[in-house]
Ligand binder design. Structure first.
Ligand SMILES: [Zn+2]
Length: 171
């Protein structure tokens, strides 16, 4: 497997970014136009979570450092998914330093990135394994370093809990 992971082991999205040659950048060092900074930090306030940038042919990602680490993990996995799936955004902003800020992905692309990112962080086989070992949703979320909400979503969307109930109807 990529990165030599044991099956079902939690993926570290920062290592995965490294593996994909994606650089993590700090927001304050981007040289974004004042208007863009204002838009992101005050107008959208807390809502911005991550950005993907293109420098020449290389990609970079900026995470909102004020967010919980569980959220940063899922945001990073989401942004890496846009890159891996070669999504092309509808709009691109150019910073003073010539960075391209990719924005306005379509709803379909956002859903694809959510799905792909969720699968990176919470592999279906791992969910089945942990449910078979009778781990709670919170325990699975802790093991994989994600929020309980994301874990619940993956368990539902992958049909793992339905599958477990069918396999063990008396549980
Ligand atoms: Zn996105």
């Amino acid at each position: 497997m990529a990165l030599g992971l044991r099956p079902h082991a939690p993926l570290d999205p920062w290592s995965y970014a490294d593996h994909l040659n994606v650089t993590l950048l700090e927001f304050g060092k981007l040289g974004l136009r004042a208007q863009t900074v204002r838009q992101l930090t005050t107008v959208d306030g807390d809502s911005w979570s991550a950005m993907t940038l293109k420098m020449d042919e290389a990609f970079a990602i900026v995470l909102n450092p004020s967010h919980a680490i569980t959220r940063q993990r899922s945001d990073l996995a989401h942004e890496l998914s846009h890159i891996e799936l070669r999504h092309v955004p509808a709009r691109v902003e150019v910073s003073e330093t010539g960075l391209l800020l990719l924005s306005d992905f379509s709803d379909e692309q956002e859903q694809e990135a959510d799905w792909h990112g969720g699968a990176l962080l919470l592999p279906r086989d791992g969910l089945v394994r942990m449910r078979s070992d009778r781990n709670s949703t919170a325990e699975i979320a802790t093991y994989y370093g994600v929020s309980t909400a994301l874990c619940e979503w993956r368990l539902r969307m992958t049909g793992v809990d339905v599958q477990m109930r069918r396999a063990n109807p008396r549980r």
